[in-house]
Design a protein around this ligand. Sequence first.
Ligand code: DX5
Ligand code: ZN
Length: 221
Amino acid sequence: MRPFLIAPSILSADFARLGDDVKAVLDAGSDVVHFDVMDNHYVPNLTIGPMVCTALRNYGITADIDVHLMVKPVDRIIPDFAKAGASIITFHPEASEHVDRTLQLIKESGCKAGLVLNPATPLHYLDHVMDKLDVILLMSVNPGFGGQSFIPHTLEKLRQVRALIDASGFDIRLEVDGGVKVDNIAEIAAAGADMFVAGSAIFSQADYKVVIDQMRAELAS
Ligand code: DX5
Ligand code: ZN
């Protein structure tokens, strides 16, 4: 398995001073910026779009930006995010009419591509597209809000997806999103995840480095 990546979800950052907050969380030792895009249609919340991604790049953020699209339709926003500096774009298969085409669109736009599976979305969505995936993102909460509790059955799903990835031989990251905390990150890693989104657990703390260091210590244990 590849090195663990910690991806703070900026959904829980201070939007009034977003550039500084993103710099701070990266300086504190995190790896990737997780960028939650919600449309008040596919999910019942409304957040940020490509202009904010551009603004972060213009502000000097050079880390990978992991754009988690919770929007429907998906395709027409993909080129805008690629131009805005997205590194990875993931989407929910239920929100795309043609999953294979959407994956191709992301790749052709120069970004890494991934599918996101909700807690109740079956794994068969992965059939026939494993060769096109750089990331599989398992939601461990229902999408739409930060600060929810980790749904325990995600652990079994993680184990199943880890086995699928290993059997496939493809180089695919297994990302988990929702309710990841210091006290459950080791168990989540043991189930097979290698990329950890954490929003409220990090941004609720005064010192981001303390919590990120605690997460890394748990991952090393
Ligand atoms: C939920 C988002 C998550 C969320 C995670 O729809 O995709 O990225 O911000 O937040 P926490 O870590 O607070 O559960
Ligand atoms: Zn997310």
